[in-house]
Design a protein around this ligand. Sequence first.
Ligand code: TUI
Length: 315
Amino acid sequence: MINSPICGLLGIEHPIIQGGMAWVSDGTLAAAVSNGGGLGIISAMSADAGYLSRQVARARSLTDRPFGVNVMLMSPYAGEVARTVADMGVSVVTTGAGNPSKYMKMWIDSGVAVIPVVASVALARMMERSGASAVIAEGGESGGHVGDTSTLVLVPQVCDAVGIPVIAAGGIADGRGFAAVRALGACGVQIGTRFLVADECSIHDNYKDKIIKASDIATVVTGRRLGHAVRSLKTPFSRAYLKAEYDSALPDEDLEKLGVGALRLAAVEGDAEHGCFLAGQVAGMVKKRQRAADIISEIMAEAEVVIKGASEWAV
Ligand code: TUI
């Protein structure tokens, strides 16, 4: 049994938070992760508040345990979704792809625990001052929207800078990764990529197959030219996008249009040609499909072996 301050804070058994992944993290997956003892997260993605309400209702029909909502701050519906999180009595909110300062007071006043994803020490400090319960320090190994600093470098610096609990994300898929970030000072992990292949994850089978077959060098970062670096699997889409990014004759607006709808094409249609299959660098370590609860218990059992064994590393 591994204890952590975030278990008491969030009312969960194991300090594993599921990543809020657009077109992936729905009420069904979130409930399965929460039933497995972690904290399931529903992604509000770029959908309206009605979508979020339906997913929260779905999760509540499948679990009595706490779960959270991820608000993607670049969403055109971020404002109405933020209000819905407060109104529906969701216990935890995580945020991504921006600075959630303008929503923090509303959430905290409504009793929602706020756990922002940060990619820098500066934002972590600001979030602590604004009343965040914890922060998720997400390194550039992760899938989707990424910062520049790796997990190994970001996590200890964020731990040194803030007094609230730090959860590590990016590059963690097993108990070794859990133990490693515990050594860096994190008291829990956020995991996305490994949950892509959970039985309860409803993405297209082609997506799951691509994750299982991925190698260590299977991902690439695109979108740097537009200021939204995004990590995904190397596919015809990402290669074409990267090529277009280096084409200085192509206007930014046209480049922007290339990506529209590509996440849905990957997750819902499994479109190997035109889909954008977001994944972290750990895709190369994900080798089998499993129930969400088994993913969690396997990671915790591995972590315990590594952490207990570490006492023999020094004599
Ligand atoms: O948000 C994510 N991952 C995501 S969001 C997403 S949807 C999307 N689609 C296309 C383009 C862009 C996004 C897919 N994956 N992870 C959390 C995360 N947040 N990673 C990095 C950050 C971050 C970056 C800068 C958080 C705050 C930040 O600060 C900005 C500021 O204003 O200080």
